[in-house]
Design a protein around this ligand. Structure first.
Ligand code: M6R
Length: 610
């Protein structure tokens, strides 16, 4: 996620901005830049890569001045490059931005038609041009930013400088975070608290739909509509480490709770709610491509492989196109039968996993079309693919994947909906209903996380000494059972198995006794009755049985020892909710055992080796 810092006061701005950006490094970034108001002009320095590259550039071109803005960029529109790095300039206006402007295509067309020289691929540069144009009619930067905001759809936190108003920064926020810092004779802004902690602990949290004018020692807040807002600063006494994790004990827990936001960002601008369709422009595939698809082959490793297993289900159900899932490590080098007519979907959070990369390259060499589903913009798999459909979960720091997993599920569901509409297998009214339900998912995820957290923590404590744990599920709950088991294994080092519930009687049932907790995913879906009888079979063999079921399910409550309830949703959406208590369970077992939750032993976040 991008990071923003701004400063106005009596000190030199550049060192404060650089220090603030360093304290936001944990958010992840691929390029960085500063803009400082010097003598008569605003000067900009940007660099691709780590902050030391920017520091090197600043040694060659120092930026003296007492007002400035800085940015670390996590690419969302356009590859990591110097021209795409922030700050962006249009005439006398300089902008940094965190978020995604949904109507960027339409704005770009309009601005180019109006003669603006748009040089980058970013949505942010468009904001700079809009403010510049608005200044032709508006008397001040504040008024021009206000006018511009009325033209933006999407998520943003912006900080804007103007050459002719040298002592001022104008900021605004909608959906992306922005905090203001106040101190004697100084004012600050930043994407997150840690950037400001060494300078001030008195902070004001800007709300959505608000903007502010920052001057030395003064912060003036108003709504975008122009009403003044009075808000006292809050005193923040977090340590810097607590602040990076937003008060959570580990990055993994923070990322689990970030999922509603990650899904909202991944859905942003992609749902056509009226038409009950998916806005295909981001998918990089045309209607002609959809017509050519005869089979979908999903390739992935680890957690991404579990998302791919759910993806097969989505594609078969909604688009009725044959779909197969392959572990990328088993696909590559096997001479697998793949070629024209196959859409190969390479699913990878990092976009760099070697097995997935090699497997996708092999498929491409045989004539298949490759679509990458990745979270890291410009990574290796998107670069070699014919088309890319990014998840917008933001950087994931915990080695155990959580928010990127649910974002992958969402992207694969969107792909299936898109394909289903184009193949004529998904009636518009059915698709409209699913699109509406999908739009509600972030809220339901939030409710589920808040509603189950304490109960799941208690269960983790109760079964802390279990040496083995079984996870069972059918249909879409089967890959979630696999994911629940993988999460538990990788961070708590407890042996766990995920099984298709129907397979239990073919072997694993022999493992069950009173020492084995069995977690059964049995939401109200087409397999419900059969899943519940598997739960009863496990209970009859003395297992402690935990059911993950739909709210109000009295049968599951009576049949199980412990019940974790999730809201009722359409069957295809159930994994987005049922997996949440499983992530929390793994987290709390690991935390209570005192393992290194964010950096589990023997594991790397990105596996680029054989
Ligand atoms: O970056 P990728 O999605 O390609 O990574 C694949 C696996 O290495 C990854 O999902 C791994 O299994 C995670 N540690 C799971 O939490």
């Amino acid at each position: 996620m991008c990071g923003i810092v701004g400063y106005v006061g009596p000190e030199q701005a550049a060192p404060i901005l650089l220090d603030g950006l360093r304290r936001l490094e944990y958010r992840g970034y691929d390029s960085a830049g500063l803009a400082v108001r010097g003598e008569g002009s605003i000067d900009v320095v940007r660099a691709v890569g780590k902050l030391r590259k920017l520091e090197g550039a600043l040694r060659e071109r120092p930026l003296p001045g007492r007002v400035g803005i800085g940015h670390t960029r996590w690419a969302t529109h356009g590859r990591p490059s110097e021209v795409n790095a922030h700050p962006h300039v249009a005439g006398p206006v300089v902008v940094v931005h965190n978020g995604i402007i949904e109507n960027h295509n339409e704005l770009r067309e309009r601005l180019v038609a109006a003669g603006c020289d748009v040089v980058s691929d970013t949505d942010t540069e468009l904001v700079a041009h809009l403010v510049h144009l608005a200044l032709k009619e508006e008397p001040s930067l504040e008024a021009a930013v206000r006018k511009t905001l009325s033209e933006l759809h999407g998520a943003y936190a912006i900080a804007v400088l103007r050459e002719d108003e040298p002592e001022r920064i104008v900021v605004a926020k909608s959906a992306s975070p922005l905090v203001l810092g106040v101190a004697e004779g100084e004012a600050y802004c930043a994407s997150d608290i840690p950037a400001l902690l060494p300078y001030t602990r008195d902070m004001i949290f800007l709300e959505d739909g608000e903007m502010a004018v920052l001057e030395a020692g003064e912060v003036r807040i108003s709504t975008v509509a122009g009403e003044a807002v009075e808000r006292e600063p809050e005193h923040i006494d977090w340590s810097p480490v607590m602040a990076e994790k937003a008060g959570f004990k580990h990055f993994m827990l923070k990322e689990i709770f970030e999922q509603p936001r990650a899904i909202e960002d991944t859905l942003r601008g992609r749902l056509d709610r009226e038409g009950g369709d998916i806005n295909g422009s981001e998918l990089g595939l045309s209607d002609g491509d959809a017509a050519e698809v005869q089979r979908v082959v999903l390739l992935a490793c680890g957690t991404s492989h579990h998302a791919a297993l759910a993806g097969r289900y989505f594609i078969e159900q909604l688009a009725q196109v044959p779909a197969v899932v392959e572990l990328a490590s088993e696909f590559r080098g096997r001479n697998a039968v793949v070629g024209p007519g196959d859409l190969v979907v390479a699913v990878s959070q990092s976009g760099e996993t070697l097995d997935t990369l090699v497997a996708a390259k092999e498929a491409k060499a045989r004539g298949a079309k490759v679509l990458a589903v990745a979270n890291v913009i410009g990574s290796a798999i998107p670069r070699m693919a014919d088309a890319v459909f990014y998840t917008h979960a933001g950087p994931e720091i915990g080695v155990a994947s959580t928010k990127c997993f649910t974002a992958q599920l969402v992207n694969l569901l969107l792909l299936a909906l898109w394909l289903g509409r184009r193949k004529g297998t998904l009636p518009p009214e059915e698709s409209r209903r699913l699109v509406e339900e999908l739009a509600r998912i972030p809220v339901l995820m939030k409710d589920t996380l808040q509603g189950t957290r304490q109960l799941v923590a208690n269960l983790a404590r109760r079964y802390l000494d279990a040496r083995d744990v079984l996870f069972l599920g059918r249909g879409l709950s089967f890959p979630m059972a696999l994911e629940g088991a993988l999460k538990l294994k990788e961070i708590s080092y407890v042996h766990a198995e995920g099984y298709a519930a129907g397979e239990m009687k073919h072997g694993p049932i022999a493992l069950i006794d009173s020492r084995v907790p069995v977690i059964v995913l049995c939401p109200a879906d087409s397999s419900y009755d059969r899943s519940l009888s598997n739960l009863e079979e496990a209970k009859a063999r003395d297992a402690r049985v935990i059911a993950i079921a739909t709210e109000g399910d009295e049968r599951a409550r009576t049949a199980s020892h412990d019940l974790v309830e999730v809201p009722a949703v359409d069957e295809v959406l159930t994994p987005l909710l049922t997996v949440l208590p499983l992530q929390l369970y793994a987290y709390y077992v690991a935390d209570f055992k005192g393992t290194d939750v964010d950096q589990p032993r023997n594991l790397a976040k990105t596996v680029t080796v054989e």
